[in-house]
Design a protein. Structure first.
Length: 233
């Protein structure tokens, strides 16, 4: 039977899902609270990872080792790198990569993790297709598209860095956890998808836009996830 791990970096990104769950147990591991139970009749484990790539990777390994999840969904918000993605839109990942990994001095491509033989971690295409369809049904007024998530341990709020992420990595959105979740899921052979609602433009306006649109963006992501998991069981 499928068990779906759902990770959000901040409480705002998972509180709606936890409120809708029938919680059977809260398990504490690595100072994190893992909410186990059912959501829309699907077996789920919901966790707030905290911000950043290390926190996110820890969550994935615990979901694999302790809860034996069969799928992983990462939900949350991101800054747009693609002019076709406006604030309030949703991006579903095709793949993800680390924009702050740099071993180029040894001949690796920017973003490539040494000795892994790949730079991009591919999302599960079936999960991505279900996510897009679920968004269209759960958030009919919200524009959804697929694309690349780029991640690093920094909040991107400058035009210069934004342009670099577009030119060097072909990113569609930028945030701080997705690539680590993708990386961990890949190493554990767990299918995954990243869902990101756009909260800001990842430029000089980001600090102003983010607080304003964060809550609405997180709500749309949660609506999508709650709808989506019914099709993964």
């Amino acid at each position: 039977m499928n068990k779906i791990g759902i990770i959000g970096a901040m409480e705002l990104e998972v509180e709606q899902l936890k409120n809708q769950m029938s919680v059977t147990e809260i398990v504490k591991k690595a100072s994190l609270d893992f909410y186990t139970g059912t959501l829309n009749d699907a077996d789920v484990v919901v966790v707030r990872s905290g911000v950043g790539k290390v926190n996110a990777a820890l969550c994935v390994q615990i979901l694999a080792d302790v809860f034996h999840v069969t799928h992983i969904i990462n939900t949350g918000v991101a800054g747009s790198l693609n002019p076709a993605l406006d604030i309030g839109d949703i991006l579903v990942s095709t793949d993800a990569l680390h924009h702050d990994m740099d071993a180029t001095i040894f001949g690796y491509r920017p973003g490539e993790v040494p000795q892994m033989g790949l730079r991009e971690f591919q999302a599960d295409p079936d999960m991505a297709a279900i996510a897009v369809r679920s968004c269209q049904e759960a958030n009919p007024d919200i524009h959804v598209r697929t694309g690349r998530v780029v991640s690093g341990d920094q909040f991107v709020s400058s035009k210069e860095l934004k342009q670099h992420l577009i030119e060097e990595f072909g990113g569609d959105c930028v945030e701080m956890e997705g690539a680590s979740i993708a990386h961990g899921a890949y190493l554990n052979s767990i299918p995954f998808v990243i869902i990101r609602a756009i909260s800001d433009k990842a430029d000089d306006s980001a600090e102003m836009d983010y607080p304003t649109f964060e809550r609405a963006a997180a709500k749309h992501s949660a609506n999508l996830v709650a709808h989506m998991i019914t099709q993964l069981t």
